[in-house]
Write a protein that binds this ligand. Structure first.
Ligand code: SF4
Length: 614
């Protein structure tokens, strides 16, 4: 038995590490010229539910001269066992170490898995710091929503892909292949030469070609390019029209978080919730047509055998033909016993009707996100749900047979007061009363509360994170107020909130903290049982930096931000105007009702000059 086989008998969930799943693509290693590993910095179960990685895996593997294999972060036991046995982290398709690939791409979906990216590199045989890697090492790149503020992770990557990867990744891999074929890899300054060429591709950010300057208080003054190839602002890439979705999705052996076929029906959202980073970075909205969706669903179900199909979108009920989509899919899926899920629905009666159309037999829970309890705060954060909407939605749901509604709220949003939090309690009680009227004692309302974390490129990017004392007091208001029969209350432990806020709005110097915390054992920081606050405290201290400086400090309008050189198309003036409207509790309409001037149409002229705005 090999060392690896011995290890796999001993670790938790060995199915995470074996590969060989249905629809995984195994190409001939020796005869395929370009080799790419795509890694996800979380467990297999979470990574397998990430559609972004699946899309890129599919695109790359469709190219005859490129192979693409997957790598996920090993859980703590597997990391320890691999290190003891001196075995490298390997790809699931062919078991090759990361050092055997030409390119290693790591997705950065969330700040609290940044340290796992370092584990992947180091366990794969690569120095985590880009400056310490050897000329013959693979090119190490990153993408995903974390790349929209690349600075805290800048020291670890050769380059970042800013925006949607569908086109740019292929351009980059082609450039790399040509450069390697033409002998560039053996030149005198191999990596720097390649990076200079890559920096000319739109949406590519090469951090080593920029320098950050700081003022006496330690705030970023500006980030300046150092070579002519590096643009002063890196404009995000968007695909003008969504390419056909991947349909031969890999079917995991062990239960993934989302164990179903995922079909993206639209990208982007026009509602403009002010706390939401996805709402700004994925603009403009692009929809798939009904035909495309139905065709893809047919192919997907045939290729995977899944019994559930999830219509992925930031706001499914906003698709302009959603009713047609749902009707067409329900007709095909019901006879086959396949269920349809609509994961993100607006709180309105229309959404309940949609849910009704897809729930043929089981009526499990329905989920809505009012985010705030009072109308004033919902106006301030631009969440377009009124109390009447929510109560009518609850009525529509409970009266048509649902027993359970799940509601998401956030605490700690800008301008929030204790009264706004008390209003959550009142609102939930009203929903429970509606439930009682229709379902009696069976009515259940589950309330899930998260802490607001300000994110780059949003109207709240200048706002401080709420202080601990206020946060705990507000959670206590909820804990006490929601001790009501039929209500189940859960909240995210706010312990990692400051860390998330600091990493999300950090500058280049934060890389030292991430590296040090990782050396001190920080792993899986989002997982309560793995989080090591003492490692982070020591790392911040040793690096002479503080998480409060990044997380809790309000910024003025004129302060340069560490991500100002990353251009998402949405103008900073628009974000500031939205922040001011928040302070005045003024909502801004959905831009499908008329452009509200975010600027993306002018900044990203697509498809021959026409922007794809609604
Ligand atoms: S430019 Fe106007 S229509 Fe287009 S995404 Fe921005 S606000 Fe919406």
């Amino acid at each position: 038995m090999s060392d690896l086989e011995v290890i796999l008998r001993e670790v938790e969930k060995p199915g995470r590490y074996t590969g060989g799943e249905w629809n995984s693509v195994v190409k001939d290693w020796a005869s395929t010229p370009v080799k790419v590993a795509l890694a996800y910095p979380d467990t297999y179960e979470i990574g397998m539910s990430n559609l972004g990685l699946m899309i890129l895996y599919d695109i790359l593997n469709r190219q005859p001269d490129i192979l693409c294999e997957r790598v996920y972060a090993p859980w703590l036991d597997m990391e320890a066992r691999l290190r003891e046995a001196r075995l490298p982290l390997y790809s699931l398709e062919t078991g090759h170490a990361l050092t055997d690939f030409d390119i290693v791409g790591i997705s950065l979906p969330y700040e609290l898995n940044y340290t796992n990216a370092l584990t992947i590199l180091s366990l794969g045989g690569l120095a985590p710091l880009a400056a310490e890697r050897r000329a013959e090492d693979p090119l190490v790149i990153a993408g995903g929503s974390g790349a929209y503020n690349p600075e805290p992770m800048a020291a670890f990557f050769d380059l970042f892909v800013i925006g949607e990867g569908e086109e740019v990744l292929l351009e980059l891999v082609r450039l790399y292949a040509d450069w390697k074929r033409s002998g560039g890899a053996t030149g005198p300054r191999p990596k720097a030469d390649f990076l200079r060429q890559a920096a000319r591709i739109g949406g590519i950010y090469v951090p080593s070609f920029y320098a950050a300057e700081y003022d006496a208080e330690g705030r970023v003054k500006r980030t300046v390019p150092l070579v002519p190839e590096a643009p002063a602002r890196v404009v995000k890439r968007v695909v003008p029209a969504l390419p056909p979705p991947p349909t031969r999705l890999i079917v995991p052996y062990i239960q993934a978080v989302h164990d179903r076929a995922m079909l993206e029906i639209q990208r982007g959202c026009t509602q403009g919730c002010r706390f939401c980073q996805a709402s700004t970075i994925y603009r403009p909205v692009r929809e798939r047509t009904v035909d495309e969706i139905v065709r893809a669903a047919d192919e997907m179900l045939l290729a995977t055998g899944h019994e559930e199909i999830s219509l992925v979108s930031l706001s499914s009920s906003d698709h302009s033909h959603i009713e047609e989509v749902v009707r067409a899919l329900a007709e095909r899926c019901a006879p086959k016993g396949v269920s349809i899920s609509l994961p993100s629905l607006r709180a309105d009666a229309f959404s309940v009707r949609l849910a009704e159309m897809v729930q043929t037999t089981r009526k499990t829970g329905l989920t809505f996100a009012p985010e705030a309890g009072s109308q004033r705060l919902r106006d301030a954060i631009n969440k377009k749900v009124s109390e009447e909407d929510l109560l009518r939605t609850a009525e529509a749901a409970f009266s048509t047979g649902w027993n359970r509604i799940k509601l998401y709220f956030m605490v700690g949003q800008p301008t929030e007061t204790d009264e706004d939090v008390e209003a959550i309690v009142d609102l939930v009680k009203k929903v429970v009363a509606v439930g009682r009227r229709y379902r009696g004692g069976r009515a259940q309302v589950s309330v899930s509360v998260a802490t607001f974390v300000p994110k780059p490129h949003t109207p709240f990017q200048w706002e401080p994170l709420v202080d601990d004392e206020t946060l705990r007091r507000r959670l206590e208001i909820l804990r006490r107020g929601l001790r009501v029969k039929g209500v189940e209350f859960s909240w995210h432990d706010p312990g990692t909130t400051l860390l998330e806020a600091a990493l999300s709005r950090g500058d280049r110097r934060v890389a030292d903290v991430i590296y040090r915390a990782w050396q001190l054992g920080a792993r899986f920081d989002a997982w309560g049982d793995a989080y090591r606050p003492e490692a982070w405290e020591q790392a911040w201290r040793e690096c002479g930096l503080s998480p409060e400086f990044y997380g809790r400090r309000p910024r003025d309008r004129d302060e340069a931000l560490p991500w100002d050189h990353i251009d998402i198309g949405v103008r900073k003036e628009f974000l500031w105007r939205e922040a001011e409207r928040c302070r005045a509790a003024m909502p801004t309409p959905d831009c499908r009702e008329g452009c509200v001037g975010c600027g993306v149409n002018a900044a990203l002229p697509l498809a021959g000059g026409t922007a794809l705005c609604p």
